[in-house]
Design a protein around this ligand. Structure first.
Ligand code: COA
Length: 322
């Protein structure tokens, strides 16, 4: 069985916050943010939640795929910012869309989450366990940002993207996948959860927020992303020149430029949307995939690389034939 993306969808909060808007709240500037990252604005949740964004993206992906929620066998949601510890985000979306026959669970692999979710769904589909899966990447990162830490909060945004994937006889679909993790270097990008707290130990620690060694993450990304893409392309039996589009995690324009340079590929093959949305962790790749599809940049037979990287550390690259 081959595994094909049958439909995509995305949703972002209504409120768009520009770099100039942020410069009224903290000591930063449009020039600083834009020149170091390429980011011009981000959308932040005010009325929305991770569940409402994920649900909207899921409904759009189902409509695009032309299947009903009833036909879903599996829902995997990738997120680091679910609305609740329990129930998980995938079950919340299941309830909202009425996917009564689906099995639903979450994956936390930060900015690689959508890739890991897609890879997990592919295992079920290739092996004939399930027919149709919905994979979602959804975040409201703004709630885990320290809005007094200008070195992190300006980089991130909120939103959700989703893809319906199905098992098909037809050739193409997912051709290869490479994944990796390095927990030993994990603390360069972290956010603590609640501390242990029970009748035997009292912990009144304040809520924790995202903390990052930006330069360490930058160095990790510019080395690991091209390496993982090269490995995935080789595994698919293709060369880098055979790839039409590289849909990368949208963390920083300079990182994407560096990856393009290392792969000796023109920037035209690397679509971006970080200018408008910033970094939305697990949601970045599926939102960009949906955007490029809507821009008419994907045709039947297009060869596409999806690549994610981030906290964990985690990374993943996948080659698809549309
Ligand atoms: N506005 C203005 N000044 C800022 C600022 C902001 N938003 N954030 C930090 N600064 C200041 C710093 O305080 C520092 O000032 P100092 O030299 O007086 O101490 C100065 O700018 C330089 O900071 P530095 O951290 O050296 O900048 P940088 O060139 O490394 O760029 C990042 C910082 C975060 C943009 C860059 O390291 C990066 O993009 N890293 C990757 C992060 C990432 O993508 N993470 C997500 C991965 S999924």
């Amino acid at each position: 069985m081959n595994v094909k993306i049958k439909g995509t969808g995305s949703a972002v909060p209504k409120k768009c916050v520009t770099n100039d808007d942020l410069s009224m709240l903290m000591d930063t500037s449009d020039e600083w943010i834009r020149s170091r990252t390429g980011i011009e604005s981000r959308h932040l949740a005010v009325e929305e939640t991770t569940t409402s964004l994920a649900t909207e993206a899921a409904k759009r992906a189902l409509a695009d795929a032309g299947i009903t929620a009833d036909e879903l066998d599996l829902i995997i949601a990738a997120t680091v910012t679910p609305d609740r510890f329990l129930p998980n985000l995938a079950c919340e979306v299941q309830r909202e869309i009425g996917a009564q026959h689906a099995v639903a669970f979450d994956i936390n692999a930060a900015c690689s989450g959508f890739l890991f979710g897609l890879g997990t769904a592919a295992m079920y589909l290739t092996n004939g366990v399930y027919q149709n899966a919905l994979v979602i990447g959804a975040e409201t990162l703004s709630k885990i940002m320290d809005w007094n830490d200008r070195s992190t909060c300006v980089l991130f945004g909120d939103g959700a993207g989703a893809a319906v994937v199905s098992a098909e006889q037809e050739k193409g679909g997912i051709l290869s996948m490479v994944q990796g993790s390095d927990g030993a270097r994990g603390m360069v990008l972290n956010c603590d959860n609640r501390p242990v707290n029970n009748p035997y130990i009292k912990n009144d620690t304040a809520l924790a927020y995202v903390s990052m060694d930006g330069q360490a993450v930058y160095k990790f990304a510019v080395r690991t992303v091209p390496e993982s893409i090269e490995a995935a392309v080789k595994k698919a039996g293709l060369t880098i020149e055979d790839i039409d589009l590289f849909v990368l995690h949208q963390a920083n324009y300079r990182i994407i430029e560096s990856v393009a340079k290392r792969l000796h590929q023109p920037m035209e093959k690397f679509p971006t949307n970080l200018q408008e949305f910033g970094n939305i962790s697990a949601a970045s790749v599926p939102i960009l995939l949906d955007n490029v599809k809507n821009r008419g940049m994907i045709r039947t037979g297009s060869r596409i690389v999806l690549a994610g990287f981030g906290a964990g550390l985690t990374w993943g690259a996948m080659v698809l034939e549309w």
